[in-house]
Design a protein around this ligand. Structure first.
Ligand SMILES: [Fe+2]
Ligand SMILES: [Fe+2]
Length: 193
């Protein structure tokens, strides 16, 4: 079956395009989020160890994903003449801010879970579900509006430049093996949550 990614204006290339890279990261992040949501559904007890690891992953991998979109991708679109005030671009940046704030709320509540106070557990679950719902909706919007815009506006040369900048950004943020360690953490979370 023909997928959204294969409906682009040009034939598929050997190397991954920016939207293919970002879509694969969405899949990984949403996979982790789905297991976290499943963990919240299946037991009244919040697993603090799982959420501690999840915060490490989400604050590193997901935050770096958002940063690549903010710093590299949106800048490339602006170079094509799209105004930074374009609502869909502003929306993307604003939602990344909201997700960081939602993650902070989870991180602030995590130590309090040790008290076994049911009110704290209820607030934690509410914060965790709000983050997961926000991220799901955000990534769906990007797949629907932002990524097609990128595929429409950027030339092959622009896309190669974006991919190169993604790699530079990744190494600067995570170091040589940081990315692989985060992938391993994602696998661990999908098994444990
Ligand atoms: Fe995003
Ligand atoms: Fe994204």
């Amino acid at each position: 079956m023909e997928t959204g990614k294969s409906l682009g204006r040009r034939p598929r290339r050997a190397s991954a395009t920016p939207t293919e890279i970002l879509s694969a990261e969405h899949d990984l992040i949403l996979d982790v989020v789905k297991t976290l949501e499943h963990g919240l559904d299946k037991t009244a007890q919040v697993d603090r160890d799982v959420w501690r690891d999840a915060l490490v992953f989400l604050r590193s991998f997901a935050a770096q994903h958002h940063a690549k979109e903010n710093i590299v991708l949106l800048a490339a679109l602006e170079r094509q003449g799209l105004a930074s005030s374009e609502p869909s671009l502003q929306n993307t940046i604003e939602e990344h801010r909201e997700e960081a704030a939602l993650l902070d709320a989870i991180a602030n509540l995590l130590p309090e879970l040790a008290s076994d106070d049911p009110d704290v557990a209820a607030r934690f679950r509410q914060a965790a579900r709000a983050y997961c719902a926000h991220l799901n909706a955000h990534m769906e919007q990007e797949a629907r509006y932002l990524f097609p815009m990128v595929e429409r506006e950027l030339s092959e040369e622009d896309e190669r430049d974006v991919v190169h900048r993604f790699l530079l950004h990744r190494h600067a943020a995570d170091g040589e093996d940081g990315y692989d360690r985060l992938l391993a953490l994602a696998s661990h979370l999908r098994r444990e949550a």
